[in-house]
Write a protein that binds this ligand. Structure first.
Ligand SMILES: [Zn+2]
Length: 257
């Protein structure tokens, strides 16, 4: 009896596959919940020898990993998420990793090895910048997760380096959008919006004059009177956002970063 269409644990049987050996009996293409497709011998499925591509085991390890006493630490979560991004399509951000073929090196698939390689530098970085400002970064953005290619970075560094489309060439010069903003004196958010959302070419984004707003009303708040755009700048939000807030929210709620 065909097993096609049936589910065995994480496997869903999708069709017949060639047998590897005659004595294997009927063999099937199976798709794992994590997305991996493999041929599996029918008997292994029905007898319960195979219930997933192997990801089940890793998940259990992550869940029950308590021997090292670090299961609840941020450091452990960093490791588990790193592994997940490269292995399970459902992990946040996985598209950027699985799709680009970025992998975790064999050695780091075991938490203890990752700990031995990175915990000391992690603690050092945390001490200096704080835990929230300590995340793992690949030095070569297209490279894998391994000791040689990883370091700890602050959010700013991370944001600057992770996204390829943040690196822009203009007039023969290539640098990150952050550096372009610094160089041009344009607010980073403004520049990003012009390039990313409005899809302006860089030479326009960098040279565009600031939109002059006619009849911009001064706003008095907590005894201080400033133009609306100056308030927006003060709170580091866009003019449009402040405008929207003032129309929809009480002033105390609108006037903040
Ligand atoms: Zn799987």
């Amino acid at each position: 009896m065909s097993l096609v269409g049936r589910k065995f644990n994480r496997w869903t049987v999708t069709g017949f596959a060639p047998r590897r050996r005659i004595k294997d009996g009927p063999t099937y293409w199976c798709e794992c919940e994590c997305g991996k497709v493999k041929s599996v011998i029918g008997n292994s499925l029905t007898k319960g020898y195979s219930g997933s591509c192997g990801c089940y085991r890793i998940d259990r390890v992550i869940e029950t990993c308590t021997t090292h006493g670090m299961a609840k630490t941020r450091f452990f979560r960093i490791w588990a998420l790193m592994l997940g991004r490269c292995k399970y399509p459902n992990t946040p951000g996985a598209k950027n990793y699985i799709g680009r073929g970025i992998q975790v090196y064999e050695r780091w698939k075991t938490f203890e090895n990752f700990r031995d390689d990175m915990l000391e530098s992690y603690q050092k970085h945390c001490k200096e910048f704080g835990a929230r400002q300590t995340s793992i970064e690949r030095i070569n953005n297209n490279g894998n997760y391994c000791k040689e290619n990883c370091k700890w970075a602050t959010r700013a560094e991370q944001a600057r380096n992770t996204r390829q489309n943040n690196i822009i060439t203009f007039n023969g010069k290539t640098q990150t959008i952050t550096d372009w903003a610094k160089e041009s004196g344009i607010n980073l958010r403004t520049l990003s919006t012009r390039i990313v959302r409005n899809k302006n070419p860089l030479h326009i984004a960098l040279t565009k004059k600031r939109l002059l707003r006619k009849n911009e009303p001064p706003i008095t708040y907590k005894g201080k009177t400033l133009l609306k755009s100056h308030w927006a700048k003060k709170f580091n939000i866009s003019y449009q956002l402040l405008d929207w807030r003032l129309k929809h929210w009480p002033i105390e709620r609108a006037m903040q970063p």
